[in-house]
Design a protein around this ligand. Sequence first.
Ligand SMILES: *Cc1c(COP(=O)(O)O)cnc(C)c1O
Length: 409
Amino acid sequence: MSGIQLVRKLEGELAAVFATAGEVAYDNQIKVLEAFRELKIREQHFHGSSGYGYDDRGRDDLERLYALVFKAEDAIVRAQIVSGTHAISACLFGLLRPGDELLALTGAPYDTLQHVIGAAERRRGTLCERGIKYEEVALDHAGGVDFLAVERRLQSAPRMVLIQRSRGYSLRPAIDMEALRRLIATVRAGAPHCIILVDNCYGEFTEWEEPIELGADIIAGSLIKNPGGGLAPGGGYICGRGDLIAEVAAHLTAPGLGKALGASSGANRQLYQGLFSAPHVVLQALKSSILLARVFSELGYEALPRWDAKRSDIVQAVCLGEAEKLLRFVRTVQRYSPVDSDVQPEFARLPGYDDEVVMAAGTFIQGASIELSADAPRREPYCVFWQGSLSYEHSRYVVSRLVDEFNTP
Ligand SMILES: *Cc1c(COP(=O)(O)O)cnc(C)c1O
């Protein structure tokens, strides 16, 4: 059977799962649209400012829009935030002081954040070098939150807890909003004044609710992932309690300047349009991941999460078991990308990551993982992480080509 024939056959089973994802996207689209209507967004909002960027109405209302959508008091949405890591790092450095403790509740944080924290290295400028204590609660054997251990560790009264929603480059499941609700209740009971920070990367618009609605204090993420809708040329966002956002802004720019400065240059229209498109684009990414999971489990590979599992991020892992298969998978994705289709990816070192990584990123925006992309760290059990897709039709074609590649010995 050819790749596309197998895809057509298995797609028949996905109707109910796709329909649920479609209903989430529908409600999120309404939520975003209503925020645009409430703020009376106009074409004038898309003109950027220059220099200091004082009185940049487009920038300020974009931040109000994010605050409305994520149910926060305030937000920072800036092209000057260089990545998701920068957004989260700004929250950590902006809010923690020497002597404070940061407690990670969902095991080891994302690779790049480990260098920000600096628990395992003696490098200047890290949180640990600045006298912030770092502790982490390991996940339980099934990769879920270890609630008993969390309760115990909260007795040290940490200043902040860090919760990572997405699996990132690990095989544990995403923390869904049901688990997050319970985790937040546990933190509030054990350490009432502790700041709850959620790394929301890859999670936005995959569920009906977002972390702040459940009681998180502050969330952060990347604009070249879900909320940028594939249109944002770069940047990051932070949403949360007003007093916390003010402190983070004072760190990001300078005390006394805060959010008042920062020219939006020419990116406003793309940031607005990207947010408007995000629920739909996230649906494309979810359907793409569900299809890959269904098809590769048919071929005998383990897919995490399973195709019919509840999702709280757009990432799909498939365990291929051999480094050579990772290369074949990633090269096939690259070959059927709209950009750099003739480039052959290789394993290489990347700033912030410990293992060598091979990446397919034939994307319009460099490294944008809301566009169809696949990456694989060279480590056991040799799993590829697949995420994003601006169009389900594109990923459907790529999945069919992957079947052709992996079905022929
Ligand atoms: C992508 C990601 C980050 C950091 O993102 P960058 O934009 O690459 O710096 C942090 N946490 C998680 C879970 C992520 O997926």
